[in-house]
Design a protein around this ligand. Structure first.
Ligand code: F6P
Length: 324
C-alpha cells in the first residue's frame, strides 16, 4: 500500500488527535503516504484532503478535539454518496482509509470497503458503546472530567444538605453514569440498562436519610432521560416533591467531550492506531480494531456491529450495595 487516508467522524473524543498521530507516524514508518481527510466523510466528498507529514502531527498527542475536525455526513449514507467517495479516493491515489469514530462512522467504513476501498475503524467515542471492544478511546478522559465536576457538585450539595441530580452523556449507554456514579459515591444511578426507577431513588433517599445521610447525588445517564422522556430538572422536581429535600439538577453536557486525553486514552490511541495501519498494510479491510482481555483484537465490521453491549451488572450491584 502506497497511500492511505485518515479521517475522524461523528462526535469528537479526547484521544482522537493521539490516534491520528499514531496512524500517521506508523504509516510513514512503513513509507506509506498519509492523507488527512478533513471533517469526516464530508471532507472526502468535498475533496478537503491534505498530506500529513511526520511534523504535521507534532504536539497534538496531548490535545483534546481533533485536528482533522469532524462531522456527521448524511450524504454518505446512500450508495451514490459512497460511490462518489470511491471515485475521489481513486483520483487522490488513496488505497485505504482509517476511520476514527463510533459505530455510525463504521457503517460508512463498511460501505466504502464493500465498494473497493478497504477501511479500518478505530473506536473513539466517550460513550464506550462499541460492543466489539471493551474500551473506546475518550472514555477514560470523559469519565475523569465528569468525576471531577461531580466532586464539585457534591461539595455544594453537602454544604446545603441538598440532593443533586447530575446527568452525564453516553448516548444509549450507561457506562459513564455507572463508573462516575460509583467513583463519586452516588446514592442512586439511573441508567436505561436497569429497571431501577426514580421512585426507587426516592425510596433510597428516604431510607438513607433515616440512617443519617444529609446530602445525596443521583447520577442519571442521558439514555435514561431520553428513554423515559424526562429531563434532569423534572427528575429533580419529583425528588424534591417526594422527599422534601431541596434538589438541584446539573447537566454536564459537552464539557465531557473536551480536554487533554488521559494517559490511558493516549496509550490506547497509540496501540489501536498502530494496529490499524498494520492491518491495512497487510491488505486487510472492512475491519474494526479494539481491546479484549487487554489484547488488541480486530473484527469484520458487520460482525462487530452485530455484537451486543454488555452492561457491567456486577459493578452496578456493588455501587448499589455500598452507597448509603
Ligand atoms: O457520542 C458522543 C456524544 O457526546 C453522546 O454522548 C451524546 O449523546 C452525543 O454525542 C451528543 O451529540 P452532539 O454533539 O451532536 O450534540
Amino acid at each position: 500500500m502506497k497511500t492511505i487516508g485518515v479521517l475522524t467522524s461523528g462526535g469528537d473524543a479526547p484521544g482522537m488527535n493521539a490516534t491520528i498521530r499514531a496512524v500517521t507516524r506508523a504509516a510513514i514508518a512503513k513509507n506509506i503516504t498519509v492523507k488527512g481527510i478533513y471533517r469526516g466523510f464530508n471532507g472526502l466528498l468535498n475533496r478537503h484532503i491534505e498530506e500529513l507529514e511526520v511534523r504535521s502531527v507534532s504536539n497534538i498527542i496531548e490535545k483534546g478535539g481533533t485536528m482533522l475536525y469532524t462531522a456527521r455526513c448524511p450524504e454518505f449514507v446512500p450508495l451514490e454518496g459512497v460511490r462518489k467517495g470511491v471515485k475521489i479516493c481513486i483520483d487522490e491515489g488513496i488505497e485505504g482509509i482509517i476511520v476514527i469514530g463510533g459505530d455510525g462512522s463504521f457503517r460508512g467504513a463498511k460501505d466504502l470497503s464493500n465498494e473497493g476501498i478497504p477501511c479500518i475503524g478505530i473506536p473513539c467515542t466517550i460513550d464506550n458503546d462499541i460492543a466489539s471492544t471493551e474500551y473506546t478511546v475518550g472514555f477514560d478522559t470523559a469519565m475523569n472530567t465528569a468525576m471531577e465536576l461531580m466532586d464539585k457538585v457534591r461539595d455544594t450539595a453537602q454544604s446545603h444538605d441538598r440532593c443533586s441530580v447530575v446527568e452525564v452523556m453516553g448516548r444509549r449507554a450507561g457506562d459513564i453514569a455507572l463508573q462516575t456514579g460509583i467513583a463519586c459515591g452516588a446514592t442512586s444511578i439511573l441508567v436505561k440498562e436497569k429497571d431501577y426507577t426514580i421512585d426507587d431513588a426516592i425510596k433510597r433517599i428516604n431510607t438513607t436519610r433515616t440512617g443519617g445521610k444529609h446530602h445525596f447525588i443521583v447520577v442519571v445517564s442521558e439514555g435514561f432521560t431520553a428513554g423515559n422522556k424526562i429531563d434532569a430538572n423534572q427528575i429533580a422536581l419529583k425528588i424534591e416533591e417526594a422527599t422534601g429535600v431541596e434538589t438541584r439538577a446539573t447537566i454536564l453536557g459537552h464539557v465531557q467531550r473536551g480536554g487533554a486525553p488521559t494517559l490511558r486514552d493516549r496509550v490506547v490511541a497509540s496501540q489501536l492506531g498502530y494496529h490499524a495501519v498494520e492491518l491495512l498494510n497487510a491488505g486487510k479491510g472492512n475491519r474494526v480494531v479494539g481491546i479484549k482481555n487487554n489484547a488488541i483484537v480486530d473484527y469484520e465490521i458487520n460482525e462487530a456491529l452485530s455484537m451486543q453491549n454488555v452492561f457491567d451488572d456486577e459493578l452496578y450491584k456493588i455501587a448499589k450495595t455500598i452507597s448509603f
